[in-house]
Design a protein around this ligand. Sequence first.
Ligand code: FES
Length: 148
Amino acid sequence: MEDTLDKFVAELQAEINRGTLETYGEVVFKRWQEPLYMGRMALADGYARVTGSCGDTMEIFLRFEEGQVKEASFWTDGCASSMVCGSYAAELARGKTLEELSNITGKTILDILGGLPDHDRHCAFLAAETLQKALEHYLNVTGKNERT
Ligand code: FES
């Protein structure tokens, strides 16, 4: 009985994986299986939490060192796409200067992913908006909000 259940679960998972790979492509699929940089960061220098119109929430955490992002991470309670987009937002942020960080948009994330289905595109924009708000928070608390 247990073997039958295990087999059923394995087949179901394989089916889900096949469907996800087919719909979202390899880049998204791989990151969905291994969402790098996921986790809340204690004592972040820049932090933002944004709830999108879909009701999902994204959080971005940034730690800076010598004018560059030393560490970045994300957390979301949202869909698989939001997890992938948050992960790439954090990855893109790492090592960036303030100016470079300010140039990261939802389109930047979508380009890396090779696009997303229409109903999931907003997940990339939610991740980018949260990243920009975390940058804004950092600039405000450090008094660096007058960018040069
Ligand atoms: Fe809400 Fe993806 S559906 S962030």
